[in-house]
Design a protein around this ligand. Structure first.
Ligand code: NAP
Length: 338
């Protein structure tokens, strides 16, 4: 099955792998970028000739360009959404583009006669606001945005998926909607403009952390996340479904140990001790980035991807491979000096 699909945010980490996989499978791909000047640098990295891959200029915050980008598309993967390591000045800097952006994409998709719309949501829309401790989440769980542990990005992803599902229920007509909800995405980077999720490996490998805070996350490979998007775009009988894209939950210290064990020569600067929580909390007084994550100390937010495995035949590669491929690509691109 191949037709024309719009992948929003063609400059993004996940979108890049998705575009490559769709092109390999014979799809014609439209993609949006905010800045048209980026096409020249992105096209050689993504592959596809001028007919197979077309760039359109569109911003989540404005209507301009969306009708042209959607024209002729039967499918949409709405991947674009603000994602940054920096805490925003105001939560609306993330929430408004995330929520208004998906509603805008849905509106233009509906008008263009798109039949299947896949939203890249997140485990962030599932696993927060449930209190501290050890949890294993499924697609039945929803983040409570009033929870004490909810920060701007988490809110943005939750409110955007909620808004999309409400819109579909009210105005979606025959258009089918599916969400893919990834955990922390690692794997090789394909450009120097990589995702915020890569920061963990960059900082460990570059020796930028004095030790490992007692933090963890589910890890999933970017190639597997892209593959799950392709399945979500094409499988029959899945309208309305939500699919968690996650591998095992790992603490930072476990990621560090994988790096040390699998690439000892290059992982010389990787810290091998866990930082006491009190030290992380003191550092947070001076560092807003650390402040964002102190609420995470000691928590386990495991997410169960059994639904995608069973319903879509999705498979994941070993997490060690995702971590090592991520680290090697950062070294090869000169992002990290070891
Ligand atoms: P990324 O590389 O930072 O990609 C984000 C994309 O969104 C970029 O193409 C960016 O365009 C675009 N974007 C942001 N604000 C925009 C706006 N106002 N108008 C148009 N485009 C805008 O991050 P990623 O990891 O690939 O994330 C892709 C999606 O996956 C996001 O929805 C994210 O929430 C979700 N996700 C990611 C992870 C993860 O661990 N990486 C986990 C769960 C879910 P510019 O290049 O112009 O900024």
């Amino acid at each position: 099955m191949a037709g024309t699909v719009l992948v929003t945010g063609g400059s993004g980490y996940i979108a890049g792998f998705l575009i490559k996989q769709l092109l390999e499978q014979g799809w014609r791909v439209h993609t949006t970028v905010r800045n048209p000047a980026r096409e020249a640098a992105l096209r050689p990295l993504l592959g596809g000739d001028a007919d197979a891959l077309r760039f359109f200029t569109a911003d989540l915050m404005h209507d301009d360009g969306w009708a042209k980008a959607m024209a002729g598309c039967s499918h949409v993967a709405h991947v674009a959404s603000p994602f940054s390591t920096n805490a925003p000045r105001h939560e609306d800097d993330l929430i408004v583009p995330a929520r208004e952006g998906v509603l805008r994409a849905l509106r233009f998709a509906g008008a263009a006669g798109v039949t299947r719309f896949v939203q890249t949501s997140s485990v962030a829309a599932i696993a927060y606001g449930h209190g501290r401790g050890v949890h294993r989440f499924t697609e039945a769980d929803w983040t409570d945005v009033n929870g004490a542990d909810v920060y701007a990005y988490v809110k943005s992803k939750t409110l955007a998926e909620r808004a999309a599902r409400d819109w579909i229920a009210g105005q979606g007509g025959a258009m089918e909607f599916v969400s893919v909800n990834p955990a922390a995405v690692l794997g090789p980077v394909w450009s120097d403009d990589f995702s915020a999720s890569i920061e963990v490996v960059r900082q460990l490998l570059g020796g930028l952390l004095p030790g490992c805070p007692d933090l963890g996350f589910g890890i999933v490979d970017v190639r597997d996340v892209a593959d799950l998007h392709v399945r979500a775009l094409t499988a029959h009988g899945i309208a309305g479904e939500r699919f968690i894209a996650a591998g095992p939950f790992m603490k930072l210290i476990d990621v560090a140990r994988v790096l040390k064990a699998q690439m000892p020569a290059d992982a010389r600067k990787v810290p091998t001790r866990t930082l006491p929580d009190w030290l992380v909390r003191v550092s947070a007084l001076f560092n807003p980035m650390i402040r964002q994550i102190t609420g995470e100390l000691g928590n386990v937010r495991d997410a169960d991807a059994g639904h995608a495995l069973a319903m879509l035949g999705w498979q994941t590669r070993p997490v060690e491979q995702s971590i090592v491929d991520c680290a090697r690509s950062l070294i090869e691109r000169g992002v990290v000096k070891v």
